[in-house]
Design a binder for this molecule. Structure first.
Ligand code: ATP
Length: 234
């Protein structure tokens, strides 16, 4: 069980994330759904250890810092690739940065590149990859340690329909091996890929649960939700 407790991030006077508490069951796929500025990226960056929370805690069931890095895979919204490298070279490089030996990194790179459907493009420079292929390479990068929790920031929002489909299919497969938490501002992405939704607005979770339950609750309590959220979210 991954437990987030009262997580808060302030930027000066601006509260980006406010007292966020939730639990993730292992093996689930959860969507962090909310409009721009809701606090999704800030949440994922705190959970991945990239930024420090102002207060609150994240419990992954591990205690030391090195363990935590090994338990988490994170793909930022705008990942940085060394475009002059081939996909396989890049994964070997990333594996070594993540403390794998060259031999281990090579083995992992070969397995992962096949896993994300890029075997035929393994020896091509990343500069020649489409957006969807880059995103799948990014997912392979984030999976290099077989993380317990894989977090993807807006993994499909910027993709064309084919790239989107490929990445959603990959996410569907990966949730058999890891807990997946991804952010999106598009309801249909959350609907298609997730078992559960954390609905975020203005730094807080305003609803959570499987989408069908959320819909029923909205029906019962339309006013509070609609007054909280802009129409594009629901
Ligand atoms: P988007 O989809 O647009 O990225 P988001 O839900 O991921 O939105 P965040 O990027 O987490 O939202 O931003 C939440 C709030 O925190 C916004 O008001 C944003 O302006 C603010 N914010 C985020 N990062 C910083 C920063 N480094 N310094 C100051 N304010 C920030």
């Amino acid at each position: 069980m991954i437990k987030v407790d009262q997580l808060t991030k302030l930027y000066g006077k601006n509260t980006a994330v406010k007292s966020l508490s939730f639990q993730l069951s292992l093996g689930n796929c959860i969507a962090l759904l909310g409009p721009n500025g809701a606090g999704k990226t800030t949440t994922l960056r705190m959970m991945s250890g990239l930024i420090r929370p102002t207060s609150g805690s994240i419990n992954l069931g591990t205690s030391n810092h090195k363990d935590i890095r090994r338990e988490i895979g994170y793909l930022p919204q705008h990942p940085h690739f060394h475009l002059w490298m081939t996909g396989k070279e890049f994964l070997i490089y990333v594996g070594q940065l993540a403390y794998l030996s060259k031999k281990e990194a090579r083995k992992k790179a070969e397995l992962l590149i096949e896993r994300v459907g890029l075997k035929d493009a393994a020896k091509r420079k990343i500069a020649t990859y489409s957006g969807g292929m880059k995103q799948r390479l990014g997912i392979a990068q984030a999976m290099i340690h077989r993380p317990k929790l894989l977090m993807l920031d807006e993994p499909v929002s910027a993709l064309d329909p084919i790239g989107r489909r490929d990445v959603l299919n990959l996410m569907e497969e990966l949730k058999r091996e890891t807990t997946l938490l991804f952010s999106t501002h598009i309801l249909s992405d959350a609907e298609e890929a997730s078992d559960e939704i954390l609905l975020m607005h203005k730094g807080s979770i305003v609803e959570s649960g499987p989408l069908d339950q959320l819909r029923k609750r909205h029906h019962v309590d339309k006013i509070s939700i609609q007054s909280e959220l802009p129409p594009e979210v629901l």
